[in-house]
Design a protein around this ligand. Structure first.
Ligand code: NG1
Ligand code: ZN
Length: 540
């Protein structure tokens, strides 16, 4: 009763706005920041319940709206393994967030406690962080008010202003009592990544300079931290680092801008950072869990995008070669696989399958990719937009650790594979760790950006957002490549696809925005525009 009273008192401070319905979606809760204080208070309650249910295992709470505009914010929970919240708990979050009154909140809370068999006497432990958004501090207050209702039985650690992947690392490392995953701090993470990077490229440096567009977000802080540990192996030039300039976050810069516009951020263009042929640039998104690379074509000066698909292909091919060099024999052989979504460029899928690299296609959203990647020994997963990482299975790690090298070459390959497993964030995709991964692979291959780009040519493609009165009538199947609803629409889309050479198109409702997305690709730019237009018309 003492607890319920304390929750009620706190909840009264953060009433739910009327006429707002919240959904815990692919990216947690995400909307205008002014609508979120009550949600943060209630998310705190759920985080505590989850931790208690898991006997005090540490749960993470991240306050961010990633690539969204500055007035937005959001919150998501991180499970003890460092992965996204168990999907079975998502609707409990939604239920708490939507209770219209304090009374109904208390009753829903009480029901959850018994239904989920939570022993309130268990301890609870939470770590939390936020990005640089101006709305962050107030939302963190609302979150903390939720923890306070439980009194001293809840242990909280404020990681402060940091990136989403750093928070995931801290959660995973805190829960790994063996200490093998590294120290559960920002410094611990930077140390782990940079020492693996040094093992991989220490004797190949200094690497060519790299320009990093930080989207004026929290990635700028993390990158400053990381460069302290990297020494002079690589010269990194951070740009768009104005984290306290109002309105700057994700504006005319960042991974989402670059991927959507297929162009340089104007700030990068006008400063001419990439004008020296072969110079590489990359862009993070607002919470630094996404990255895309680019450069300017040597002769034509045109923009060339190296997106998540290009990263996946380069990395998968490289690991395939490294495993061959390691000469792991027989049953213990380690195999590489790639996980993509329907948005992966058709050329990338064709490139991989024609080289006998298995490819799985799953629904949009990192959690789907992550789980599919866990089924490979070394699972490479990337969304075209730059979310992704590489997972090493426990079996693969054990095989590598126990392998008996047959030559100095194989010993080196094994050492490098293990160093890559330390360099790469095993909890979630990270722009910083992915950046070092790309740089290390390029250095090992002795490649510049155009060598990397030469593997395959992207098919011209188009992604269109269509606003419809009710997106819930669009129901997709087969890893979202086909529509089963509205009846008959899929047949029409297929007719349109058949009209153009190498035509492919699909339609699905967005999981993060109130819209339907239409994707089209074809052999020529003209055809892709035609195809996209027909399908958009069909949807409208
Ligand atoms: P939705 O809005 O469901 O398409 C978008 C991205 C996803 C993923 C999520 C989560 C596209 C086409 N979709 O999902 O890849 O990044 O946001 O942030 O890029
Ligand atoms: Zn993000």
């Amino acid at each position: 009763a003492v607890l319920l009273n304390a929750i009620a008192d706190g909840a009264n401070e953060y009433p739910k706005p009327e006429q707002v319905t919240y959904t815990y979606g692919t990216a947690g809760f995400r909307t205008l920041a002014i609508k979120l204080p009550s949600v943060l208070f209630r998310v705190a309650l759920l985080a505590v319940l989850r931790s208690k249910r898991l006997e005090g295992a540490t749960i993470g709470v991240m306050v961010t709206a990633s690539h969204n505009p500055e007035p937005d914010n959001g919150v998501k929970l991180v499970d003890p393994s460092g992965e996204m919240l168990d999907p079975n708990w998502e609707h409990h979050a939604t239920a708490l967030a939507n209770c219209p009154t304090t009374e109904s909140l208390i009753s829903t809370f009480t029901t959850l406690v018994s239904h989920l068999r939570v022993d309130l006497h268990q301890p609870a432990s939470i770590v939390y962080a936020r990005d640089t958004r101006p709305s962050g501090p107030d939302l963190i207050h609302a979150l903390e008010a939720g923890f306070k209702a439980f009194g001293a039985s809840v242990k909280v650690v404020d990681v402060g202003v940091t990136t989403t992947p750093v928070l995931h690392h801290v959660v995973k490392a805190t829960n790994d009592k063996s200490g093998a995953y590294g120290k559960p701090t920002v410094e611990g993470y930077m140390e782990k990544m940079s020492s693996a990077f040094k093992t991989l490229v220490g004797n190949k440096g200094p690497l060519a300079p790299l320009y990093v567009d930080c989207a004026n977000g929290v990635g700028a802080n993390a990158l400053t931290e990381l460069t302290k540990y990297l020494g002079d192996i690589i010269t990194i030039h951070p740009i768009n680092t104005a984290t306290s300039t109002p309105g700057a976050l994700n504006s005319q810069c960042g991974a989402d801008f670059v991927k959507t516009r297929q162009a340089l951020p104007p700030s990068v263009q006008s400063a001419g950072y990439l004008s020296k042929p072969g110079t590489r640039g990359c862009s993070y998104d607002g919470d630094a869990d996404r990255i895309v690379y680019y450069y300017l074509h040597e002769n034509k000066g045109t923009f060339r995008l190296l997106d998540g698909d290009k990263v996946a292909v380069m990395v998968a091919m490289f690991f395939g070669d490294l495993i061959a060099k390691a000469k792991l024999e027989g049953d213990s052989k380690v195999k590489v696989g790639v996980v993509q979504t329907a948005y992966a460029n058709g050329s990338s899928t064709k490139y991989l399958t024609s080289r006998n690299i298995p490819v799985t296609c799953v629904s949009t959203g990192v959690k789907h990719l992550h789980h599919a990647a866990q089924r490979y020994d070394i699972g490479v997963y990337f969304e075209a937009n730059g979310h992704g990482t590489v997972l090493f299975s426990p079996r693969a790690l054990q095989t590598l650790q126990e392998a008996k090298p047959t030559s100095p070459d194989s010993a080196n390959a094994i050492k490098h594979l293990l160093a890559f497993s330390d360099l790469i964030n095993q909890a979630v995709g990270d722009a910083l760790s992915d950046m070092l991964l790309v740089e290390a692979v390029l250095a090992h291959r002795g490649w510049g950006a155009s060598d990397w780009d030469a593997g395959y040519e992207d098919l011209p493609n188009r992604l269109v957002k269509v606003e419809v009165p009710d997106r819930s009538i669009f129901v997709a199947t087969d890893a979202e490549r086909k529509l089963v609803h509205p009846a008959g629409l899929q047949e029409e889309i297929e007719k349109a696809m058949a009209k153009v050479e190498m035509g492919r198109s699909f339609v699905r409702p967005s999981g993060t925005e109130d819209c339907v997305r239409v994707y089209a690709e074809a052999k020529s730019q003209v055809d892709v525009e035609t195809l996209a237009k027909i399908v958009v018309d069909l949807v409208e």
